[in-house]
Design a binder for this molecule. Structure first.
Ligand code: HSE
Length: 381
């Protein structure tokens, strides 16, 4: 019997508790032993939940209980969550988390702390919700030198774009639906301004290229400047509009950014709608591979968290390697020199067009040279 403590009983945390209970016998078989959920730490009152008897508010109870071997963190943010994870590792407990903000900002530090104590620090649920993608990068694709990771990484914005532009729902209504379905962040501007996608592409790029990439290094643009006219233009010309996180290895430094893109309808990412995410990876042996599934929501994300708990239980002494090396951070990694076609929006939509292949600097010079200047531009994938 292995004791687990859950930190946070929000959308994902409640899913983890429910899944551990609902599939207990199956999970025990997979883990090789019974898993006992011993505590749920939350500042809220859990007396109306099936877990009232497990509720605690003092982290020290968990920290000091030797029967707790695995701590599953679903609080989110970089405040108390970071403190509790550090303390869990210092107390010799394996840690599993869905906290992309924390992993993107402090992953290298927490990985080093875990490694020094021969403990697991696993975070499959931090990217792509229920989609298995971090372990496949670290293990199944380990023989490859990866050159590219491009993904639709945020379920909320993909849901909003789908509802608005395929089903005619307003932005506010689509966002309200995404919140009601448990897809959105506590602060949904993290979703719509691209910050959540930024954190996820940082995690993917760190894993794919082996050094920590920090969110401050990544140029990030969300979906708020998109108009119905942009989407109509895209559709009429054989494209879909998708918010992408992209990481390209490059010859000297990687190029990493988040922005809406026009994606050709022939590309598999163009067919990723609703809350689904898609992650496209290129490697020198595998060629191209794509991962697809539900990128947000209670049970899909809990599915990845519980799989990490099972993996931690199966590797209590021989740790799993899913990680990367520290880096200095520093210079931004924008795609300045990367040439692509661009959609240029003009005040009169009839003038909007797709340019020839240009770098960002060349595009700026081209736009400056127009008699009537374009008011917005989107890179074409
Ligand atoms: N708000 C996130 C999303 C949750 O919509 O993708 C999953 O990380």
């Amino acid at each position: 019997m292995i004791g687990v403590a859950l930190l946070g009983y929000g959308v994902v945390g409640s899913g983890v508790a429910d899944l551990l209970r609902q599939n207990a016998a199956h999970i025990a078989r997979k883990a090789g032993q019974d898993i006992e959920l011993r505590y749920i730490l939350d500042i809220r009152d859990l007396s109306d939940t099936p877990y009232a008897g497990l509720a605690v508010k003092d982290f020290a109870l968990i920290e000091n209980d030797p029967a707790v071997r695995v701590v599953a963190e679903c609080i989110g943010g970089v405040g108390v969550a970071r403190d509790f994870i550090r303390r869990s590792l210092l107390a010799g407990k394996h840690v599993v988390t869905s906290n992309k903000e924390l992993v993107a900002a402090h992953g290298a530090e927490l990985l080093a702390l875990a490694e020094a104590r021969n403990l697991n620090f696993l975070f499959e649920a931090s990217v792509g919700g229920g989609i298995p993608v971090l372990r496949p990068i670290a293990q199944c694709l380990a023989a490859n030198r990866l050159s590219e990771v491009t993904g639709i990484l945020n379920g909320t914005t993909n849901y909003i774009l789908t509802r608005m532009f395929r089903q005619g729902v307003s932005f506010d209504e689509a966002l309200a639906e995404a919140r009601a379905r448990g897809y959105a962040e506590a602060d949904p501007s993290d979703d719509i301004l691209g910050r959540d996608s930024c954190r996820k592409i940082c995690i993917l790029a760190s894993l794919a290229f082996g050094k920590h990439i920090y969110p401050e290094q990544v140029e990030t643009e969300g979906i708020t400047a998109l108009s119905g006219g942009d989407v109509a233009f895209a559709q009429a010309h054989g494209y879909r509009v998708k918010l992408l996180g992209r990481a390209l290895r490059g010859e000297n430094a990687p190029a990493i950014w988040v922005a809406p893109h026009l994606v050709s309808e022939d590309h598999p990412l163009a067919g990723v709608y609703d809350v689904f995410n898609g992650i496209w990876i290129s490697g020198d042996a595998i060629g191209d591979v794509m991962f697809y599934g539900r990128g947000a929501g209670k049970l899909p994300t809990a599915s990845a968290m519980v799989a990490d708990i099972i993996d931690a239980v199966k590797h209590l002494s021989a740790r799993k390697w899913v990680g990367w090396q520290p880096s200095e951070g520093g210079a931004p990694l924008p795609p300045k020199d990367l040439a692509s076609a661009w959609y240029a929006r003009f005040p009169d939509p009839a003038d909007s067009l797709i340019t020839p292949i240009l770098t960002e600097t060349e595009y700026a010079a081209w736009a400056e040279g127009q008699d009537i200047k374009p008011t917005y531009r989107i890179r074409v994938l």
